[in-house]
Design a binder for this molecule. Sequence first.
Ligand code: HEM
Length: 439
Amino acid sequence: MTERTAHGTPDEAPESAHGGVSRRHLLGLFGAGAAGVAAGAVGGAAVVAATAGGAQAVSGSGAEQYPFFGTHQAGITTPAQDRLHFAAFDVADSLDRDGLIELLTEWTDAAARLTQGLEVAEGGAVGGSDVAPPVDTGEALGLPAAGLTITFGFGPGLFEDADGVDRFGIAARRPAELVDLPRFQGDALVPQYTGGDLCIQACADDPQVAVHAIRNLSRIAFGRASLRWSQLGFGRTSSTSTAQATPRNLFGFKDGTANIKAEERDALGEHVWAAPDDGPAWMAGGSYLVARRIRMIIENWDRVQLGEQEMLVGRSKGEGAPLSGGTEFTEPDFEATGAAGQPLIDTAAHVKLAHPTQNGGARMLRRGYNFVDGNDALGRLDAGLFFLSFQRSPQQFIDVQRSLAADGLNEYLKHVGSAIFAVPGGVAEGEFVGQRLFA
Ligand code: HEM
């Protein structure tokens, strides 16, 4: 990366010809320092070890910095940051194979810089020509990397457009499973939150840093790919590391207790990472990303008695313990019965229906966020959970979502958006994201 980023070397002159200041130098001035917790960690294994162990100790300082390059893309097992800006793009009709490769190369270069707390390109917001628009939009000047990760995905439409045309010569390499998700019972999908040829998931502990990333990457794509829809999220609704406390969703329940964590290496291999012989070789080390914009009818939920809320989830609201007993991390016992012989965990409880025992052993890595996007015409908050999950095969999500057709929570939920993306494996230095797809 250092060859590509004149501002990326520690001993460079930070002042630009125009008196501009690099984002990294500002960090130094403000005392935040740019020696991220993961400095020197390049491979996926090192990333997990460095981040899972150190994230809590420095959390809130904004100094977290995760390597962009590695075995797997960052932003999957990375300890879930507090903020999200997710964007889905449509590629322009005029884009050809070389143009797509060029875009992915430019996105890779920009993401490698942004995740290290640098401006999107050399020259930045104030270091370029006075008679040209600045290359960086500037709102992240002075802000640290804030744990920013940028994760790229490819939608089914990239491989074959709506008319079945293979515009980029990659249709033969489309994983057979990368097709639009089937329609699920209760789906109320709207086009403005559905689909996309490409996606970028930007997660950070500072919303301005996440938004700056999506804004600048969208700007780079101008004329080649345009925003189809995007979603801001706050308050992560999962933990992806045992070092993290379990957060709460907008129903007020702990969410992420039984999630796959970065430390569960065997489970990641079994349920999250695509293996070389799962499908096309370019997907090895990658994963499939499902995004669902789930509206929560919180005004109705807030009128539900505590006991019923807990019955619907299958866990206590305070501790997050299964209703069969124990504490938060006790395994639920679906056979346990009460004095009258009734199951302690209701047969339609969310945790029962979503549990691997009900779904042929399927698990997934959940990485969603809360959202509140103003209100609707009835004065109800447009609020919910922007569900994101990573799995080795889309079938894992499909099986669990089908099983959730009987979920008692559905009375308070409405799935309004849906998308699926193939997330290629990690990027090596000197490569662009997804390069093996085009080899
Ligand atoms: C707004 C909608 C949803 C809410 C409020 C919600 C809430 C919860 C809560 C409170 C838990 C228990 C704590 C935990 O283990 O994380 C949980 C578990 C889980 N949820 Fe959801 N969830 C929602 C949607 C979904 C969807 C769409 C799926 C997948 C299709 C899903 C899959 C799971 C899984 C796999 C578990 C862990 C089950 C286990 O192994 O015990 N959830 N969810």
